[in-house]
Ligand binder design. Structure first.
Ligand SMILES: [Zn+2]
Length: 129
C-alpha cells in the first residue's frame, strides 16, 4: 500500500513539476517573441526614417531644379492615393488575375506562378523578381 501511494505521490509531484517547467518555458518563449517583435519594429522604424529622409531629399532636389511646387506634390499625392478608389493615404494593392490562365497573380512576382505569363502591368515599386 505504502509503495503504491508513494508512487502515486511521486507521479503527482512529477506532473506538477512538469507543468511548472512548461509554464516557465512558455514564459521564456513569450519573452523571446516579445524581444524579436521589438527588434523587428526598431528595424522597420529605422528603414522608414531612412525612406522619409531619401524621399524628402529627392523632393527638395526636384523642387529646387524644376518649377514644381508643394501644391503640385500634394495634388499628385492625392491623385495617386485615389487610384485605388479610396482617399486613405495609402496605395492598396488589388488582386490581379493572369490574362492567360485566369489564376490569381502574386504581387510579389513579375510573372504568373502557374503559367509563366509576364505581368506587364507591374511597375517600378512592384517585386524585383
Ligand atoms: Zn497564368
Amino acid at each position: 500500500m505504502n509503495g503504491f501511494f508513494g508512487m502515486h505521490a511521486f507521479g503527482e509531484g512529477f506532473r506538477a513539476h512538469q507543468q511548472a517547467v512548461e509554464r516557465q518555458m512558455d514564459a521564456v518563449d513569450a519573452s523571446i517573441q516579445k524581444t524579436q517583435i521589438s527588434s523587428d519594429v526598431r528595424f522597420l522604424e529605422d528603414r522608414l526614417d531612412k525612406l522619409l529622409l531619401v524621399c524628402s531629399a529627392l523632393w527638395e532636389l526636384l523642387r529646387d531644379r524644376t518649377d514644381l511646387t508643394e501644391d503640385d506634390l500634394l495634388a499628385k499625392v492625392q491623385e495617386v492615393d485615389l487610384r485605388d478608389g479610396q482617399a486613405d493615404g495609402k496605395i492598396t494593392r488589388t488582386v490581379k488575375k493572369c490574362p492567360k490562365c485566369g489564376r490569381t497573380m502574386s504581387p510579389r512576382h513579375k510573372q504568373c506562378l502557374y503559367c509563366g505569363e509576364p505581368d506587364l502591368s507591374a511597375g517600378a515599386f512592384d517585386a524585383a523578381t
